[in-house]
Design a protein. Sequence first.
Lengths: 114, 114
Amino acid sequence: QQQVKQSPQSLIVQKGGISIINCAYENTAFDYFPWYQQFPGKGPALLIAIRPDVSEKKEGRFTISFNKSAKQFSLHIMDSQPGDSATYFCAASTPVGTGNQFYFGTGTSLTVIP
Amino acid sequence: GAGVSQSPRYKVAKRGQDVALRCDPISGHVSLFWYQQALGQGPEFLTYFQNEAQLDKSGLPSDRFFAERPEGSVSTLKIQRTQQEDSAVYLCASSPGTFGYGYTFGSGTRLTVV
């Protein structure tokens, strides 16, 4: 059973537009929610992460919005650039000592058109 | 080293052959993880080491999979009697602490079983 559900599977955005990727989870024990960016032939790289005690975190053009009651979180990429074209994965983990893994979504392939 | 290094980058194995995949984590990193990433999917947890101790192997799909990290640095993932369903990218990640916050992935080994 997929612990973290991600949508859409693919996304095409014009340069300068906003890219939005959504994730949902069921396990209320999750307490850490990172987003990873993966380019072809490379491993995932941490982009930004959030904990459930805040509703939003912003780093440059990347923002995570977190809705604890709905058990949903999303990644917003402002002013999307062709260099942002990659696959994005959301993930979640339980507190230290209760598990040792990240549960990843199935990924969103983002294409930013010049 | 500067990053997590994995070798070989590509491996083609005949069905039934044994393979060994190597991971060189970032020097001094305590935690080491192995993930399996099927085509078009997110990474799935295989196993976790803290120094030389394998603390979690709950994600290993069968007893054909074996991992070790004898001196607390380099790790090897061994797959015996490979099957076609083992074809995937095998990712290694390491982190400086005793869990995975902010861990760094390698570029992976793409295993193709023919």
